[in-house]
Design a protein around this ligand. Structure first.
Ligand SMILES: Nc1ncnc2c1ncn2[C@@H]1O[C@H](COP(=O)(O)OP(=O)(O)O)[C@@H](O)[C@H]1O
Ligand SMILES: [Mg+2]
Length: 169
């Protein structure tokens, strides 16, 4: 796992539906820039792909986003391109490089499901987001760790605004 640095800030947010989780992805994506890497952690069915669907909406990706479990990585064209990786079957991030993706990581936003499996190989990660099953089928506890101290405040602001729309239905 990426070492926790003094600059890291953690935020916890509850999601009460898959729509909430998409909304969280959609809002946090407003802060994502070309070259950013976002790690998504959590078990099967925890909501990682729902989150990516939200990210894709903000990046104006038209294709339907699904877990790239068997193909490992997909590049979606958008206003900013989205590289969607499923690291479940990977031993190291170098295997992603070997896929010969026709996309430059520095020009796209990269989201990695099962990101904890490849975290050791990545030096600069913007956010790590962990999804845990909550008290019932539709609840998820989401922990957002921002590794970029310059964007801590922005993440806080986005999440504060979100809790207004998520908790008050
Ligand atoms: N609050 C929630 N957030 C995300 N997904 C939820 C939530 N509640 C129920 N679900 C359901 O859980 C499943 C999550 O699937 P998915 O996003 O593919 O998980 P993962 O990519 O982590 O394996 C979906 O079927 C979704 O409808
Ligand atoms: Mg998935």
């Amino acid at each position: 796992m990426t070492d926790i640095k003094m600059t890291d800030l953690k935020f916890n947010i509850k999601s009460y539906s898959f729509e909430d989780t998409r909304k969280i992805g959609k809002s946090l994506a407003l802060l994502m820039r070309r070259g950013d890497i976002v790690l998504l952690c959590g078990d099967l069915g925890a909501g990682k792909t729902q989150f990516v669907k939200g990210v894709a909406e903000t990046l104006k990706v038209n294709d339907n986003v699904v877990s790239p479990t068997f193909i490992i990585a997909v590049v979606y064209k958008g206003e900013i391109n989205l590289i969607h990786i499923d690291a479940y079957r990977l031993e190291s991030f170098y295997e992603v490089m070997d896929l010969g993706l026709d996309e430059d990581f520095s020009h796209a936003v990269t989201v990695i499901e099962w990101g904890n499996r490849v975290a050791d190989f990545l030096q600069d990660v913007f956010m790590t987001i962990t999804f845990e099953l909550g008290d019932d089928d539709n609840t998820r506890d989401i922990e957002v760790t921002c590794h970029d101290k310059n964007r801590n405040q922005a993440v806080l602001k986005v999440l504060e605004e979100l809790t207004l729309t998520i908790n008050v239905k």
